[in-house]
Write a protein that binds this ligand. Structure first.
Ligand code: SAH
Length: 267
C-alpha cells in the first residue's frame, strides 16, 4: 500500500507595516511554533525574535533593485516544506492579501491540497496614512477609500481610462509602490482633471524609526518629495481628508511619550 506523505501546514501571516509592535497575537503564536519561516523583504526582521532558536529562516524577499525570488519558486518552497511535514510561516509585510501576492500563494496551496490559514495584518495602506495623521475616511469629507497599485500593472495600455474613473470617484486614494511612479501618478491625475491644489502626502517607512512624511498639494508633490529625499518603501495618499492632518497635530503627554520609547518594545 502506498504510504501517505506527511502533510504540514502553512500560515500566510501579515507582519504589519513595520513597527514590530504592530503585529497580531495570532501572528506571534504562529511564529513561535514555526519550523520554517519564509520571510519577505518588507517584514521587519525584528519579528524573528518570536521564533524558536532552531527555526529555519529563508529570505524570499523581493528587492527594489530588481533582485527577487520568483513567485513560482516561493510557491514551490511553501508546498515542499509543508509536504516535508513542517509547520511553515510565510511572513509578509502588511496584510498578505493587499498587493502581497498572498492570493497567488493561497491558490497554489489549495491546488496542492496543503492545509493553510491566512492571518491578516495591518496594511501599510492604512497605517501609512494614519502615520501622516490622515483619516482615510471622515464624515462628510471622504466616504470611501481606494487602494491602488502604482506598479506598471496599473498603467499598461488599455487601462488609461482608470485614471479618469479614479479622478471622478474622489474619496481618498492610496497608491502603493508609488515612489518611482510619483511623476507618472501626478501627470495622470492632473490630466484626468484632479484639482492641482488637492492635498496629498507621501509616507516613507511608516511606523519605523526612519519614517519620513511630506505633506503637499498634487501640483507640488514631486518637487517636495525630491527636496525631502524620500526613498522606499513609500505610498501616496491623496484627497480632501489629507488636509485634515493640519487639524490633528499630536499633543503627546509625557506618559504616551515614555510608552513610545524604544525600550517599551518587547520582541
Ligand atoms: N502587503 C503590503 C503591501 C505590499 S506592496 C501591505 O499590506 O502593506 C509594497 C508596497 O507597500 C511598497 O511599495 C509601499 O508602497 C507600501 N509599504 C509597505 N510598507 C510600507 C511602509 N512601512 N511605509 C510606507 N509604505 C509601505
Amino acid at each position: 500500500m502506498e504510504k501517505t506523505p506527511p502533510v504540514g501546514f502553512v500560515a500566510l501571516v501579515g507582519a504589519g507595516p513595520g513597527d514590530p509592535e504592530l503585529i497580531t497575537l495570532k501572528a506571534v503564536r504562529h511564529l513561535a511554533r514555526a519550523d520554517v519561516v519564509l520571510c519577505d523583504a518588507l517584514a521587519n526582521p525584528a519579528l524573528l525574535a518570536h521564533c524558536r532558536e532552531d527555526a529555519r529562516v529563508l529570505d524570499v524577499g523581493k528587492l527594489a533593485d530588481g533582485r527577487h525570488t520568483p513567485q513560482e519558486v516561493t510557491n514551490r518552497l511553501l508546498i515542499e516544506e509543508a509536504r516535508a511535514g513542517h509547520y511553515v510561516v510565510r511572513l509578509k509585510g502588511g496584510d498578505p492579501f493587499v498587493f502581497g501576492r498572498g492570493g497567488e500563494e493561497a491558490i497554489a496551496l489549495t491546488e496542492a491540497r496543503v492545509p493553510h490559514e491566512v492571518v491578516p495584518g495591518i496594511s501599510s495602506a492604512l497605517a501609512g496614512p494614519a502615520a501622516a495623521h490622515v483619516p482615510v475616511t471622515h464624515r462628510a469629507i471622504a466616504q470611501h477609500v481606494t487602494i491602488v497599485t502604482a506598479s506598471s500593472a496599473f498603467d499598461v495600455e488599455g487601462l488609461a481610462d482608470k485614471w479618469s474613473l479614479l479622478a471622478e470617484a474622489g474619496g481618498t486614494l492610496v497608491f502603493l509602490m508609488a515612489r518611482k511612479k510619483l511623476g507618472l501618478i501626478q501627470d495622470r491625475l492632473l490630466a484626468a482633471g484632479v484639482d492641482p491644489a488637492m492635498p496629498c502626502a507621501m509616507v516613507q517607512s511608516a511606523t519605523l524609526p526612519e519614517e519620513k512624511i511630506v505633506h503637499s498639494r498634487l501640483a507640488h508633490i514631486v518637487d517636495d518629495v525630491e527636496a525631502a529625499g524620500l526613498g522606499t518603501p513609500a505610498l501616496l495618499v491623496l484627497g480632501q481628508a489629507v488636509g485634515l492632518a493640519d487639524s490633528m497635530t499630536p499633543i503627546l503627554s509625557t506618559v504616551a511619550a515614555a510608552e513610545a520609547a524604544p525600550e517599551a518594545i518587547h520582541v
